[in-house]
Design a binder for this molecule. Structure first.
Ligand SMILES: [Zn+2]
Length: 274
């Protein structure tokens, strides 16, 4: 397997993976989206709410706020030494006190840990009219995207790399102009494919000419990772692959146990027959 980074920014990454099949590509996608823990608000205790919205609606909005995540300082509740009861290692308190008239934004929520706070400070939570008050205490914890989408670190998707084959030059002038990605370029009098990684297989070229053949490569995939801000794309990919690695280790352990168990049973059966 070979991996090549194609593009990278604060919230996005694009990379090429060669030498894998569809099921493995989907495994990478699901490992990142569902198995990388991120922080999200899980419980809210309302002390005052004289706003126009019910407690449940505000709590739902709070749950969906992306919170910056520090995977080194926090542990998922089910793996924490406190056995999921809740401690400083697995949960964090956030508070809000607001009085109208005002718009309450995500940045108004005060976190006890400066490393864990709303990623988008300007995200509006609610509008309070004159005299309306909102006071709550919220608890955030790490969770997995497989349990609730609020714990998903972002979006991961992939597509197959296109194999672009030019069979002849007869339609070169038509083909040169039709590609929306401009990958069919003229080099002198010859038509060439400049970058097949950019081909999104729209087949606009194949529709107008029989001189070109586009087929998807079975073992090459371009992945795109879009972070929702809790973790950067690199941390998402590394944590996803680490999660897969630990599952393989666990499976290996279980298989070894099963083998030991089976060989023990066979020994017992042989002794019995003897
Ligand atoms: Zn704990």
């Amino acid at each position: 397997m070979e991996i090549k980074l194609l593009e990278k920014s604060e919230d996005n990454a694009k990379f090429l993976v060669q030498g894998i099949d569809f099921s493995f590509a989907n495994l990478i996608r699901r490992s990142i989206m569902d198995e990388v823990p991120v922080m999200a608000i899980d419980e809210v205790t309302f002390h005052k709410n004289s706003s126009a919205l019910y407690d449940e609606i505000i709590a739902h909005r709070l749950g969906l706020l992306p919170l910056s995540t520090d995977l080194k300082s926090y542990e998922v509740k089910e793996k924490c030494k406190c056995d999921g009861k809740g401690c400083a290692r697995c949960q964090l308190n956030l508070v809000l006190q607001a009085k109208g008239p005002c718009t309450v934004y995500a940045e108004n929520i005060k976190s006890k840990d400066p490393k864990v706070k709303p990623v988008q400070p300007n995200m509006p939570i609610i509008k309070l009219l004159k005299g309306q008050q909102l006071q709550f205490e919220a608890t955030a914890s790490l969770g997995y995207g497989r349990d609730h989408v609020k714990y998903s670190p972002g979006l991961v998707f992939y597509r197959q790399v296109a194999d672009v084959k030019l069979k002849g030059d007869a339609d070169r002038d038509k083909l040169n102009k039709i590609c929306p990605q401009n990958i069919l370029v003229l080099a002198g009098s010859k038509l060439k494919v400049s970058d097949n990684l950019k081909c999104d297989m729209c087949l606009a070229c194949a529709d107008i000419s029989k001189e070109i053949e586009i087929t998807p490569k079975e073992d090459e995939f371009i992945f795109e990772v879009e972070s929702w801000g809790q973790l950067d794309p690199k941390a998402m990919v590394l944590a996803g692959l680490e999660s897969f690695k630990s599952k393989l280790k666990e499976m290996d352990k279980q298989l070894s146990r099963l083998q030991e168990c089976q060989s023990g049973q066979m020994r017992m059966a042989k002794d019995h027959l003897a």
